[in-house]
Ligand binder design. Structure first.
Ligand SMILES: [Zn+2]
Length: 132
């Protein structure tokens, strides 16, 4: 398996769970077949992996497992953010469409009134002049 497809595999197989203290964590498999527990801080807008039980994390401060969790949440929240933005855009489009429609209605009623005036008044005047 390539590194990229293993990352995908690990993301789809990692297990997110809660500790007894209601703290979020993930069990993440790596290419050695070991599973490690990654603690996740979900207090921010996007959950962030903070700690891993593996040796690499202890030595380097980061590791494969943490990266998997981080990628997992970035992927999920990216689509959420994109969806939220798309929704917002649709809302704005709908609002501007409504505004436009209101303007058209307003304009056409003004035009209608103007046409009525223009169409009826002079003609009536004309008729009345003729009649007189
Ligand atoms: Zn680790």
């Amino acid at each position: 398996m390539t590194q990229v497809s293993f990352c995908k595999w690990a993301q789809s197989h990692m297990i997110v769970d809660m500790t007894d203290d209601n703290e979020l964590f993930a069990q993440v498999p790596d290419q050695t077949g070991e599973w490690h527990k990654v603690s996740i801080d979900e207090s921010g807008t996007v959950p962030v992996p903070t700690h891993c039980t593996c040796r690499a994390h202890k030595n380097a401060g980061t590791c494969f497992h943490v990266q998997i969790v981080s990628r997992f949440y970035n992927r999920i929240y990216k689509s959420n953010i994109a969806k939220a933005e798309a929704k917002q855009e649709q809302k704005q489009e709908a609002q501007s469409a409504v505004r436009e429609a209101q303007l058209i209605v307003k304009r056409s009623s003004i035009e209608l009134a103007a046409q009525k005036r223009a169409g009826s008044l002079p003609r009536n005047q004309g008729f009345s002049i003729l009649r007189r």
